[in-house]
Write a protein that binds this ligand. Structure first.
Ligand SMILES: C[S@@+](CC[C@H](N)C(=O)[O-])C[C@H]1O[C@@H](n2cnc3c(N)ncnc32)[C@H](O)[C@@H]1O
Length: 248
């Protein structure tokens, strides 16, 4: 039996329904992966063969750190500057695992303050992407806590489930490192950097993810227009998509 669709094309309704059912069953069973899911799985696994145990552990957590970025974060987090670490945008805890591992091994009296709504926020583009990957989930907080306990850094992370602008009202310095990986639009990054900079200790670092990934032009514009020209900041360089600055 066939019917004529609005486009005038005759289609067999029963086989199509079956095809759709099989297709969604395959997706549910993990037999069919979209390009986004494949890319996410591949990027998440980076660092699995690292000699650094914290980088290896981070590869067990879903998230986005590109080649070379794990080592760069480790190096910044282990520097001999006093203060805690601040992270904006934690997702399920991949970067937090490396930053917290640096606290465990090198600065045991310090912690990583992890600000994230844990409800998959961000620009419209980011939210659509998150939805595609883990749309079935209510949020990322449960994964964040579960990984922190399982991988041994729960005592060195303090998750704050709130938008950055609101959460930053209670954050105190000094910070030895701020890693910014939240909403990648101009207005959000501008307000985050403005609020965070006074909290960073002299000689401490501020690093922004995804600046050079080619996906977020507003983020790149903010870094070029406002950070490269700021006399309080020294541009240290890039590690893949990350822009790194040192506070003078
Ligand atoms: C790209 S993911 C972070 C990836 C993470 N650093 C990792 O290692 O996998 C961005 C995160 O920022 C959070 N986020 C976006 N906008 C935010 C905002 N305004 N305040 C707090 N968190 C935000 C999202 O909920 C999301 O978990």
């Amino acid at each position: 039996m066939s019917k004529v669709t609005s486009s005038g094309e005759a289609k067999k309704s029963i086989p199509r329904r079956i095809r759709k059912t099989l297709s969604s069953l395959a997706t549910k069973l993990g037999l069919k992966k979209t390009w986004d899911e494949k890319f996410y799985a591949e990027v998440s696994a980076y660092g699995e063969d690292s000699s650094n145990p914290w980088i290896r552990r981070s590869s067990e957590i879903g998230g986005w750190l590109f080649e070379g970025e794990h080592e760069a974060l480790w190096e910044l987090a282990t520097r001999d500057v006093s203060g805690n670490i601040l992270e904006i945008g934690s997702w399920m805890g991949k970067s937090a695992c490396i930053l917290a591992g640096a606290c465990v091994d090198h600065h045991p009296d310090t912690v990583v303050l992890c600000i994230d709504t844990f409800t998959m926020s961000g620009t419209e583009q980011q939210q659509k992407h998150h939805e595609k990957l883990v749309g079935h989930a209510q949020g990322t907080f449960y994964d964040f806590i579960t990984s922190a306990k399982r991988l041994g850094y729960y005592g060195h992370v303090i998750p704050i489930g709130q938008y950055s602008q609101c959460a930053l009202k209670i954050v105190k310095g000094p910070l030895r490192l701020a890693f910014i990986d939240g909403a990648h639009d101009y207005a959000n990054v501008e307000s985050e950097v403005t609020l965070v900079l006074p909290l960073i200790a002299p000689g401490g670092s501020i690093a922004l993810h995804d600046v050079y990934s080619g996906t977020y032009p507003e983020l790149l514009a903010f870094v070029n227009e406002r950070m490269l020209t700021d006399p309080a900041l020294e541009y240290v360089g890039k590690a893949n998509s990350i822009a790194i600055f040192r506070k003078r």
